[in-house]
Design a protein around this ligand. Structure first.
Ligand code: GRF
Length: 210
């Protein structure tokens, strides 16, 4: 039986596209957006994926919204919930409910640069290596157990756009990979360290130039 996946997003949806195009052994049972105008929804609908819009601005507070969101997700009986550019903080009750089956992609090499504006901060700090991380979500924002990381070089002439594009290309590589490993039951979480059965070396990806 294939792994049932619910994708949560808010915007562009390039990671959703990468996940779909990877033809993984999964069933995307719902794409849920908290923003009715998310560009990703056009793509999801064109692919024939079931789309749910749950506009957070129509709900009084985070707790109420999170509870409703959790309920919507549960209706689809997911084995895995994938955050793909979901731009809202999830409350502790929500996270507890899905812990162990909630993945996120963050555009930095965690634990460096948690939070927003990661590429700006990487450039401002003058780091020479940057990247992205797929991790399980826990109540510590952007600090859950790491599944896979990809590193990219930061070049002297990089702008925000060139660096973001280089990182994004790696996101599109490692997110589908991490979801495949989850679906195959190959991720083993030992006291907060996630190891990949049989092939731990592939949990670190180095892009050309590193
Ligand atoms: C990505 O950079 C991801 O790392 C971050 O949000 C962005 C989503 O991009 N969490 P997209 O909507 O998948 O194109």
């Amino acid at each position: 039986m294939s792994c049932r996946v619910v994708v949560l997003l808010s915007g562009r949806g390039s990671n959703l596209r990468a996940i779909v195009e990877a033809q993984l052994p999964i069933d995307i049972v719902a794409v849920i957006s908290n923003r009715p105008q998310a560009a990703a929804l056009t793509y999801a609908r064109a692919c024939g994926l079931p789309v749910v819009v749950l506009d957070h601005t129509e709900h009084p507070d985070r707790t109420t919204f999170d509870a409703l969101l959790a309920e919507k997700i549960e209706q689809h009986r997911p084995d895995l919930v994938v955050l793909a550019g979901y731009m809202r903080i999830l409350g502790p009750a929500f996270i507890a409910r899905f812990e162990g089956r909630l993945l996120n992609i963050h555009p930095a090499l965690l634990p460096m640069f948690p939070g927003l504006k990661t590429h700006e901060r990487a450039l401002a700090e003058g780091v020479k290596i940057h990247g992205c991380t797929v991790h399980f979500v826990t109540i510590d924002l952007d600090h859950g157990p790491i599944v896979v990381q990809a590193a990219v070089p930061v070049r002297a002439d990089d702008t925000l756009d060139t660096l973001a594009a280089r990182v994004l290309a790696q996101e599109h590589r490692i997110y589908p990979q991490a979801i495949r490993w989850f679906a195959e039951g190959r991720l083993v979480n030992l006291h907060g360290r996630v190891n990949l059965k049989d092939d731990p070396a592939s949990q670190s990806v180095l892009s050309p130039g590193i």
